[in-house]
Design a protein around this ligand. Structure first.
Ligand SMILES: [Zn+2]
Length: 109
């Protein structure tokens, strides 16, 4: 007889946020770090994906848009996970472009 777990422990706060999901090395040897401000749980919580450069003040914030509008103005609903994936694509695009042109160097601390 198989054992069935009577209780599944959920630990949504076991991960620390903001959480880094990617880093890009700039031509000036600084780093663009991409972080997510919240979990990708599909519970209606919408966070953002933030990119920031360690060499200059440039930063970029992508909202997790769970609702958008089609050309015919119909609402399109997405899961938080899908919205986060879309935000990550836009964030990585920004980070890549910034990393290719930013010549600022991180100052020694
Ligand atoms: Zn920069």
């Amino acid at each position: 007889m198989a054992t069935i777990p009577t209780q599944v422990r959920q630990e949504p706060s076991s991960q620390k946020f903001p959480k880094a999901i990617a880093r890009y090395l700039t031509v000036g040897t600084a780093t663009v770090e991409i972080t997510e401000t919240g979990p990708r749980d599909d519970d209606g919580f919408a966070a953002t994906t933030v990119s920031s450069c360690t060499g200059c003040p440039a930063s970029d914030t992508q909202s997790w848009n769970t609702v958008s509008y089609s050309f015919s103005n119909e609402e399109i609903h997405r899961s938080v996970t899908e919205a986060a994936e879309n935000a990550e694509v836009r964030a990585r695009d920004w980070a890549q472009k910034h990393a290719e042109k930013c010549r600022a160097m991180p100052t020694a601390s």
